[in-house]
Ligand binder design. Sequence first.
Ligand code: AMP
Length: 364
Amino acid sequence: MIVGVLGAGQLARMIALAGLPLGLDFIFLDPSVDACANRLGEALIGDYNDPELLAQLAERADVVTYEFENVPAEVAEFLASHTQVYPSPKALAVAQDRLIEKSFFRDLDIPTPDYAAVDSLENLQQAMSTLGYPAILKSCTQGYDGKGQSLLKSVDDLTSAWELLQGVPAVVEAFVPFNREVSIIAVRSVSGETVFYPLSENLHRGGILRVSECRADDAMQQQAEAYVSRLLEALDYVGVLALELFEVDGKLLVNEFAPRVHNSGHWTIEGAETSQFENHLRAILGLPLGSTAPVGKAAMVNFIGGLPETEELLTIPHAHLHLYDKAPRKGRKVAHATVRTDNRQQLSKSVKQLSTLADQVDDS
Ligand code: AMP
């Protein structure tokens, strides 16, 4: 079986690392010659909308998936008309536009922060008179890891925030004074079989994920599963999906979803019976899904902008290092480390040590 992947970054790399023991072969399409998954399969190097390369990918791959959601709609449609593509172009289309995504949630009775669509400064001023401060202005498309976003603290911020967007359509949403951020990684297979991982509790800084911890038996698990189930069903979804949520006053509000494997699920490599990467492959190939049961207690720390010394990191008890084979660059995710142990105190201690290392090499 040959699995085609759009994108050859660290997510594609970890998908391939999970697929090789299952006897799968991989073919990647990515513009970068030294994309970090390339050495794990065959590399097609060029633009995502290069018709010749897309035709090759569609012809050679038994199934195509992707590691990022900003795949142009026409590319996903083209591939889907020639081969199996999971998740579907429809799931991509919903995830690519914050406004479409939020109204999709609303239609499914999945609560979100209050929001309004914005396409002019006057519009924004009007919306803010009912929404109240603070709020966040986000571009509808092309935003991730906090990019294309501005915090609005008072009326004085409106003009500069709107100008920063350079006229692209946007959403303004109420700032949520959350107690914590969580995500749920769900998997639905071609047959409709669905499984959920325990919630991940996530810490962000500057809009970028820093630490995720597996929260087995979390009081919010059921609620999160109910919301993500509605989404999976409505999209007739196939593959791994990550739903990001805010917990505020004992309730969950949905922020957004990613139609792909997700950074907040990296702890599943060592911390769950089956990783999110393996289950994504099982789902899109119509294979039985693997158990999502946690194996002890686990957490993950991201390395951003700079790499830790391997030897120093591996002295930390129960730490496992995942290097992405990417050149360090400001704000770039270059590695992560997981801690897995049966002892909660040890988990906290090791995560603290890893976080200190991550802060030392972080240049953002
Ligand atoms: P996003 O790109 O929407 O995932 O936002 C990145 C991060 O910004 C989130 O993980 C939160 O930490 C923060 N954030 C986004 N939207 C809100 C909001 N409405 N209220 C509070 N924090 C937010």
